[in-house]
Design a protein around this ligand. Structure first.
Ligand SMILES: Cc1cc2nc3c(=O)[nH]c(=O)nc-3n(C[C@H](O)[C@H](O)[C@H](O)COP(=O)(O)OP(=O)(O)OC[C@H]3O[C@@H](n4cnc5c(N)ncnc54)[C@H](O)[C@@H]3O)c2cc1C
Length: 374
C-alpha cells in the first residue's frame, strides 16, 4: 500500500496548487484526479489578478501561457442597456484547458505522485486516512484535502448536507471565434433566468459561459434553441452570436450547480475550492478563491509538520477561521448580487442607480474580490 504525508482528492486548481505548495516544502504528496489532462471545463475563464503574486511565489508564472490581460467590464441588462467600468485590480483571460494542464505539469516537476483514478471512498481511523479508488487501489495518508469541486460522488459518500437538496441551476460553456471582441474586456449579459459571461482566452477564442435556472431552460430542447430563444433576447448577446463562429462541436454543460453552504471540514478532511463553497459565478472570483484556499490549508498543514506547532484539531480550527475571514463576506455579497441581477425589475433599477452614482460599481466589484494575495 502506498503511503503519503498528504493525499489530495481532485486535481483542479485547488488540488494541484496545494500539491505544488506542499510538495515544494518537502512533503510526500499523492493526488487523485479522475479525468485525463488536458480537458475543457465549464468556467468563465476570467481569473482575478489578486492571486497572481501567490502563484508567482510558487514559481507558477501564468504569463508564459500568454493570457489576455483584462481591465474593462461591460454589463448589460436583459433589455441590452449597458454600463462600463474599469477593473482596478483586473484579471486575465485564460482557458481551463491550458491552466489546469500547466499546473499538472508543475505538480509533476515537484514530484507529486498523480494517480489518474476516481476516488470511491475516504475513511479516517486511528489518526490515518485510507483513500480507496474505484479500481481498488488503497493509499494511506496522514492528512487529506478534499478538492473535488462543486459536486462529486464523494459528497454523497460523505453524506454532505447540500447534496440532498435539489439545485435549480445549470451551466453551459463553449469557445467562439470573433476577432473583433476586445482582448481586454470581460462582459456580463443578463437574460431571463440567468447571465452569460464573455472574455477572450490565450488562444484568441472568446469563452462564452452562462448560468441558467432550470425553470427558464426546461421548455427548450437544446442549448442551441435556448441560446436562440432566450439568450438572444438580449440585443448585446444577439449581436455576438450573429457574428461569432462556434469552435466546439457541442457545448459543454453541467447540471445541479449548487450554491448551498458547505462544511469546511468533513470527517477531518479539509475542503478546498468549490468543495468548500461555490461563490456565484458573476463575481468572477471562484478560481482565485480556489487557489487562495489551497494556500490557507497548506500553510496550516506546514505548521503540523514543521515546526510541529499545531495538532490536527488546531489545523482544522485555524483553517475554518482563516477561510471564513477571507471568503464569508464575498460569498454573501455574491448571493445578494445574483438575486438582484436575476430580477428583471431590480436589474434595470440597479443599473439606473449605478448610472446616477457611477462610483458605486467599483465598490461593489471590490466587495466580491480580495486584496492581492502575497
Ligand atoms: C458557470 C460558471 C462560471 C464560472 N466562471 C468563473 C470565472 O469566470 N472566474 C472564476 O474565477 N471562477 C469562475 N467559476 C468558478 C470556478 O470555475 C471554480 O471556482 C473553480 O473551478 C474551482 O476549482 P476547484 O479546484 O475547487 O474545482 P475543479 O476545478 O472543479 O476541480 C475539481 C476536480 O476534482 C475532480 N474529481 C471530482 N471527484 C473526484 C473523485 N472522486 N476522484 C478523483 N477526482 C475527482 C474533478 O474531475 C475535477 O478535476 C465559474 C463557475 C461556474 C459554475
Amino acid at each position: 500500500m502506498k503511503k503519503a504525508d498528504i493525499g489530495i482528492v481532485g486535481g483542479g486548481l485547488a488540488g494541484l496548487t496545494a500539491a505544488i505548495h506542499l510538495a515544494s516544502c518537502g512533503l510526500k504528496v499523492l493526488l487523485f484526479e479522475k479525468e485525463k489532462y488536458p480537458h475543457h471545463k465549464v468556467c468563465g475563464e476570467y481569473l482575478s489578478c489578486e492571486i497572481l503574486p501567490y502563484l508567482e511565489s510558487l514559481n507558477i508564472s501564468l504569463g508564459s501561457l500568454n493570457p489576455k490581460p483584462i481591465d474593462h467590464l461591460l454589463y448589460s441588462t436583459p433589455s441590452g442597456k449597458t454600463i462600463k467600468a474599469d477593473l482596478k485590480l483586473g484579471g486575465i483571460g485564460i482557458s481551463r484547458y491550458a491552466l489546469d494542464n500547466y499546473l499538472y505539469e508543475k505538480a509533476k516537476e515537484q514530484n507529486v505522485d498523480i494517480i489518474q483514478q476516481t476516488v470511491a471512498t475516504i475513511t479516517f481511523k486511528d489518526e490515518v486516512f485510507k483513500i480507496n479508488t474505484s479500481n481498488n487501489q488503497i493509499v494511506s495518508a496522514n492528512i487529506v484535502l478534499g478538492a473535488f469541486g462543486k459536486r462529486s460522488n464523494l459528497d454523497k459518500k460523505l453524506n454532505r448536507g447540500f447534496i440532498g437538496k435539489k439545485s435549480g441551476w445549470l451551466a453551459v460553456k463553449a469557445h467562439y471565434k470573433l476577432d473583433d471582441y476586445p482582448n481586454n474586456m470581460v462582459s456580463l449579459h443578463n437574460f431571463e433566468g440567468g447571465y452569460c459571461g464573455l472574455s477572450k482566452t490565450e488562444t484568441g477564442a472568446v469563452n462564452v459561459c452562462y448560468l441558467a435556472s432550470y425553470a427558464s431552460f426546461k421548455d427548450h430542447k437544446s442549448t442551441n434553441s435556448f441560446k436562440e430563444e432566450v439568450l438572444c433576447k438580449n440585443p448585446q448577446l444577439k449581436t455576438f452570436f450573429d457574428e461569432a463562429i462556434p469552435l466546439f462541436e457541442t457545448d459543454l454543460s453541467i447540471a445541479q450547480v449548487s450554491f448551498e453552504k458547505k462544511s469546511l471540514v468533513e470527517d477531518h478532511i479539509l475542503m478546498l475550492g468549490d468543495a468548500a463553497g461555490l461563490i456565484h459565478p458573476l463575481c468572477g472570483n471562484g478560481m482565485a478563491m480556489a487557489f487562495h484556499s489551497a494556500k490557507l490549508a497548506s500553510e496550516s498543514i506546514l505548521k503540523y509538520y514543521n515546526p510541529n506547532t499545531l495538532n490536527r484539531t488546531d489545523i482544522e480550527k485555524e483553517y475554518i477561521k482563516k477561510w471564513n475571514h477571507q471568503f464569508k463576506s464575498r460569498m454573501k455579497v455574491g448571493s445578494v448580487l445574483q438575486k438582484i441581477l436575476l430580477s428583471p425589475y431590480l436589474a434595470e433599477a440597479s443599473q439606473n442607480i449605478i448610472k446616477t452614482f457611477p462610483s458605486l460599481l467599483p465598490i461593489i466589484i471590490t466587495k466580491t474580490h480580495g486584496e492581492p494575495v502575497i
